[in-house]
Design a binder for this molecule. Sequence first.
Ligand code: ZN
Length: 86
Amino acid sequence: MLTCRRATERLSRSLDVPLPVVEKIGMEGHMLLCGHCRRFRRQIVILDAICKDVGDRIAGEETALPASARQRIVAALAQSETGSEP
Ligand SMILES: [Zn+2]
């Protein structure tokens, strides 16, 4: 049987990449028998979802320009098309 250390390492890795079938079977076998690792899995799945949600929110904030900045860009483009200086 896997040690708890190995099982939790595989579990953590499985959140980022699919595990090879042999590793997944070993991890799931350990999870059936170990309540501590099942609890860890519940917690890390929740933590992973929270981190992804926060990451998405931060990424959305970084890419969205404020309305005032968009208006300044549109005005500058309009002026450059007419050839006049702002
Ligand atoms: Zn365990």
